[in-house]
Design a protein around this ligand. Sequence first.
Ligand SMILES: Cc1cc2nc3c(=O)[nH]c(=O)nc-3n(C[C@H](O)[C@H](O)[C@H](O)COP(=O)(O)OP(=O)(O)OC[C@H]3O[C@@H](n4cnc5c(N)ncnc54)[C@H](O)[C@@H]3O)c2cc1C
Length: 430
Amino acid sequence: MALDNLHHVVVVGGGFGGLQLVKDLKGLPVRITLIDRRNHHLFQPLLYQVATTLLATSEIAWPIRRLFRDRPEVTTLLAEVDGVNAAAKTLTLSGGDDISYDTLVLATGATHAYFGRDEWAPFAPGLKTLEDATTIRRRMLLAFEQAEREIDPAVRDALLTFTIVGAGPTGVELAGIIAELAHVTLPREFRNIDTRKTRIMLVEAGSRVLAGFAEELSAYAHKALERLGVEIHLGERVTDCSAAGVMIGEAFIGSRTIVWAAGVEASPAAVWLGVPADRAGRVIVGKDLSTPGLPEVFVIGDTASVLQEDGKPVPGIAPAAKQQGSYVAKIIKARLMQKPVPPSFRYRHQGSLATIGRRSAIIDFGRFKLTGALAWWIWGIAHIYFLIGTRSRFAVAWSWLWIYLSGQHTARLITQRETVVPPSSNDSGT
Ligand SMILES: Cc1cc2nc3c(=O)[nH]c(=O)nc-3n(C[C@H](O)[C@H](O)[C@H](O)COP(=O)(O)OP(=O)(O)OC[C@H]3O[C@@H](n4cnc5c(N)ncnc54)[C@H](O)[C@@H]3O)c2cc1C
């Protein structure tokens, strides 16, 4: 049958959810258009390792087009979607082109939120894209370089003070590696500064680090971070960010490198569709992940809000997005084959993992919990397994083994120019 006559499934987003869906639609009589505004699928769980000089960008990202080179029914488009006309069953690409669909799946993810203070973004980048990771890496490495040449002790202290806002997995992972970089890897390489005196502050408004984990695991992580030299501020809020530093409550602290690891905001799919959203902007979908009133439009992954059987929301993590992608592929198949559709979506939690520095991790598999070096090895093997392709698996395994044995970070490159305005001379920087 000519491809043009087949049922047209349009998938927006080549992240974890969208990619899994397209994989699972293999063999069905459909033509698929996969649209993403980036040309690559990104393994976000290891993004912090690019930001902290452990891995190179090409080790955690793959061109989407290449992943489906052997699937003639899949067309990949590099384009940004900025609207949906559900009545006409079309979506609009930025630039004005329209694409029509029979079934639409929105898997456009989420990004960090500044709780209404978007003006902080230039000073406190979040971590979501490869560009974010290289920006953080550049600022961090430049801070050490500038401190080496700085003669004003107050400015030098501000350059050697790193602030991470939010003590979820990303904040904890960033803080642990930055501490090891400053306290273990760099000291022998600088002559005018002692990088072991670098201050790494982890600021969290809640009462514990890694609040999503069991209490004993978050207590373990807290102590492990302190052993690495991370200064933890719990129950404190960042009230301002600038090029010179942060306000924590009423206190100003000079800090030239700030990283935002707090808050999540879904992509604007709910606005495109004109349907209700939760507080984070996620589309409130039905139990089959379709949009209320629009059975041919599905929303999955970080853009969707759906409850588990116990009333808790399905978490915004990669396995949840992949499970939703697989589930929607089953629904599409059942509808096309005119078979009964599968029962409501059920999320199966496979466990939570986080690393603290280069040699320690925590694992929460429910009844089975583990901490320390063995947990780090299990975490490492699990992540290598989930990477795409043999080359990436070997490359990442080799990079980690090298770092583990030598303590040296291999991706310490400063690329591109800094665009943030330096603090003015009126700004003491202290
Ligand atoms: C720093 C970080 C660390 C994380 N660590 C973990 C972890 O350790 N374990 C874990 O399970 N989860 C982790 N997550 C969460 C996990 O990455 C997400 O839950 C998962 O990526 C969600 O998958 P998704 O398909 O919904 O969206 P994504 O994977 O974010 O994919 C969305 C895609 O949509 C595209 N897109 C967005 N808007 C448009 C548009 N308008 N037009 C065209 N394309 C668009 C994007 O370019 C992107 O490719 C982490 C996330 C981050 C940011």
